[in-house]
Write a protein that binds this ligand. Sequence first.
Ligand code: CUA
Length: 353
Amino acid sequence: MQETHQGRTSALARRPVPLLALLLLPLFAAGCAYNLPQSTTVVAGSHNQTLWEPYRVIFWLAGIVFVAIMALTLWISIRFRERPGRAPLQLHGNTRLEVLWTFIPVVIVVVMAVPTVSAIQRSAEAPPADALKIVAIGHQWWFEFVYPDLKLTTANELHIPEGKAVVFEIRSQDVIHAFWVPQLAGKIDMVPGHVNGISFTALPGKARAEPYLGQCAELCGLSHAHMRFRVYVDTAADFDTWAKNNTANAARPTEATASKGAEVFARAACIGCHTAKGTAAAGLIGPDLTHVGSRATIAAGTLANSADNLAKWIANSGDFKPGSKMPPMAQAHGGALTDEEIKAVAAYLLALK
Ligand code: CUA
């Protein structure tokens, strides 16, 4: 036993540098992956910018403390280790050291507190009066977005103009969810029976065709992991075009399959839960489908929006989102619709641009 212990110690003593480098390697590798779609280190929104400032100070201070403590521990373990014929030196109390290791943490805490308190104050500031108002409502397992002033309702894909303040009223329909778009803002809990608020500006120059990825950040049931959303930061002109298109009534299908799909949609269970503005469909339980064909994804960011995926989703949504509140519609899964009818409904929905 004694021999094994000494064997290990001497291995570390002989090669401390390569061993330490090996231990630090994963840390460096992790640091290289900062530029991912849901990394808070990429700052595109004012709220994330506010949070990032104290985070950066704390990160570097914690990093320095970590490296210093680890290096000291390693050096002391090697330098003062037990050796044959020499017992380790025992010391009790050192006033100078004790004062020092009380004083240094106090200074560090004060240095961290200044940007932290400032960030808390700034993130709680009232938004400008002309901020764009959006109500975000969490549902199991999708996001509803209502623009009350534009009379516009959409789901899972949010559009905001760059450089303009947006103020969110954050709600939940059922259980606690959380609104989080790491590069822009959040996270903030969506609590049933309580209204939360958050406001931010997508920084000027951050408009792009590719969306910023958002995610429910509070465990909310079986399909929590499938509760995603996308935020499109548009130029002012693109936003106006989008808003104008999305306030219009649902398009009337022109093509034969889509027209048949519209008939099926209107007589099947669909309209009990979904809305297609300007038609008989005025259900409020599921996502508003008035312009579903213009979205890039369906099922809260789980599937690409295509005729095939729409048909599979309608047939049995539980295949993709366990626990989905939408009952299976295909006869093969106990529903009322034939495969042909489902394909027609998918064609109709895809035509709702
Ligand atoms: Cu909603 Cu997790």
